[in-house]
Design a protein around this ligand. Structure first.
Ligand code: GLN
Length: 188
């Protein structure tokens, strides 16, 4: 099993390290053809507008959508969630549009750019998960096939639709590997 981490921008290295701790072979995906070499793909956090711009420049956006529609398991965090969303409420920007959610970018405000909290994720166990939010988007609407796996303050923060797992916080910045492990189970 080989897991790719989209390497165009953002916190790529932290995801690679989390995967290495789990003993998984990784590939930093920077070229369209590398999308065929991986069994699963992580879309890291970062800046969604920069990521989509580079994906388009590299001619990778269509191929990525194609692979996801074929069933490639994908784990998106933060900006990655914005990339996948079908609808972005407060910005008009290009997106891949494969996950049936509406997001509001930078929804937790500027002053409070970053905060930590604990969320319950029954799917990965009963100990609460330390969730780090950095200029995070809010998922304000979910389509009927979207499962909500965790919420914070009544808003979904971890969702799953078929082969797509998406969270608005940053599990790769903690030592808690449970979500990465959960994703690897999806890939298997
Ligand atoms: N605010 C960023 C965006 O809108 C996302 C932040 C993050 O990934 N930590 O793209």
């Amino acid at each position: 099993m080989k897991i790719g981490v989209l390497g165009v921008q953002g916190d790529v290295r932290e995801h690679v390290e989390a995967l290495h701790k789990l003993g998984v072979e990784t590939l930093i995906v920077k070229l369209p053809e590398q999308l065929d070499m991986v069994d699963g793909l992580i879309l890291p956090g970062g800046e969604s507008t920069t990521m989509i711009r580079i994906l388009k420049e590299m001619d990778m956006d269509e191929k990525l959508v194609e692979r996801i529609n074929e069933g490639l398991p994908v784990f998106a965090t933060c900006a990655g969630v914005i990339l996948l969303a079908k609808r972005i409420e407060n910005y008009s920007q290009e997106k891949l549009g494969v996950l049936d959610i509406t997001v509001e970018r930078n929804a937790y405000g500027r002053q409070v750019e970053s905060f930590e909290t604990f969320v319950e994720i029954p799917a990965v166990g009963k100990d609460p998960f330390r969730a780090i939010f950095i200029r995070a988007p809010k998922i304000v609407e979910t389509g009927k096939n979207v499962e909500i796996l965790a919420t914070y303050d009544y808003d979904p923060v971890l969702v799953k639709e078929g082969n797509i797992l998406a969270c608005t916080f940053h599990p790769e910045l903690t030592d808690d590997l449970r979500l990465h492990r959960y994703f690897l189970e999806m890939v298997k």
